[in-house]
Design a protein around this ligand. Structure first.
Ligand code: CA
Length: 371
């Protein structure tokens, strides 16, 4: 089935008077008019990945058989490797991979999870991933956490810091006070994660990590800079709490390095590295090492659907699915599954990713790429 057309474009989620961010999508069409859609990481609007697709990858995919998709993408990865295998290039390839899986599912009239080996579960619990807490008071943190828990009925909550990335150890006592207040508000049995967003030194991370252990938090995410792999590993090995990392890791080899350093919960992102194919490789790698794979995933439409199919196939999945801030923004275009119902996401069973969306509204929000 020959690929005949590839479009790379942004989608604007703004409303009048309210900025809403942009997604970076790709659409791949074949000679018989079937198509698949994928999504790249939206950092800085995903523009760098979209340009790489339009200028360097798409022209080489036209005329190729869509079912040869891993051969095509590995060839493109190695052709463009000097652009840097981390970041924008791997996001571009992730988007293409997701689109090709969507397309393959439609060609074979099967949902993606069937092509991956089948689902262990058809509904998945979510965790509320709540950002921006470095900038809130203790009371404000509790307020937003209680609001999200009441609205989303999550199985767990992760409080994210999102602090100034040029500083570390800014307010350790204040951070611990916020963690304490959230534990008190939600009660002893509630599953909690703490995401430092790389905000500590090794010593600062040890202090916060010990406090989180006392408070019964389940995981401690990215305590130190992600590029200090050995420091991440040292913190992971010295603390009892599970230390997680990997959302800023873009290759299978990078995930291997994290595991070798001592990280025992890895969090690669389907829109940043390898797409569905890359995440299946990560799943095998994690399984081989007895390490938990808990993907990072903050995009509520295509990335989320791809992530759901992938997660449904992981046997030892022990954490809920990430439900990030402002998830509701895509509801005007995407009809499924966007928001959880009673705390659960339902796995689509129609061919491909099974996305249902309003094509006219998607077109209205599309910003074509000018390259
Ligand atoms: Ca994170």
């Amino acid at each position: 089935m020959k690929i005949t057309k590839i479009e790379a474009f942004q989608v604007d989620w703004s409303e009048p008077g309210q900025k809403g961010g942009r997604s970076a999508f790709v659409r791949i069409e074949t000679e018989d008019g079937l198509f698949g859609m994928g999504e790249a990481s939206p950092m800085e609007g995903g523009l760098a990945s979209l340009v790489i697709i339009a200028r360097h990858l798409a022209p080489l995919m036209i005329g190729k058989d869509a079912l040869d998709h891993t051969v095509i993408l590995e060839t493109l990865f190695h052709k463009c490797i000097k652009l840097g295998p981390d970041g924008a290039l791997s996001g571009a390839l992730a988007a293409l991979d997701i689109a090709l899986w969507d397309l393959k599912g439609k060609l074979l009239a099967q949902p993606v999870h069937k092509l991956l080996g089948g689902a262990w579960r058809t509904s998945l619990t979510c965790y509320a991933s709540i950002g921006g807490n470095a900038w809130r008071t203790v009371d404000e943190v509790v307020k937003i956490v209680e609001k999200r828990v009441a609205r989303e009925k999550p199985a767990a909550v992760k409080i994210r810091w999102d602090g100034d990335r040029t500083k570390v150890d800014v307010d350790i006592a204040g951070d611990i006070a916020k963690a304490k207040a959230v534990r008190k508000a939600l009660g002893d049995g509630f599953m909690l994660g703490f995401d430092a967003n790389n905000g500590y030194s090794i010593g600062g991370a040890m202090r916060v990590g010990r406090a989180l252990e006392d408070l019964g938090f389940t995981w401690f995410e990215e305590p130190v800079q992600h590029y200090h792999v050995s420091a991440m590993g040292e913190v992971a090995q010295r603390l009892d709490i599970t230390v997680s990392a990997g959302e800023q890791t873009y290759t299978l080899q990078g995930v291997k390095d994290l595991i070798n350093a001592g990280v025992r919960m890895v969090q690669p992102d389907i829109t940043k590295m390898g797409g569905i194919t890359g995440m299946m490789q990560c799943a095998a790698l994690a399984h081989a090492h007895g390490v938990e794979l808990v993907p990072h995933q903050t995009q509520p439409s295509i990335g989320h659907l791809a992530n759901l199919h992938l997660l449904s196939t992981i046997m030892h999945l022990a954490k809920p699915v990430e439900l990030a801030d402002n998830w509701e923004r895509v509801g005007k275009v995407f009809k499924n599954p966007s928001e959880p119902v009673e705390g659960l996401f339902t796995l689509p069973t129609t061919p491909g990713l099974g996305m249902e969306y309003d094509a006219a509204e998607l077109r209205r929000r599309t910003i074509p790429l000018a390259v």
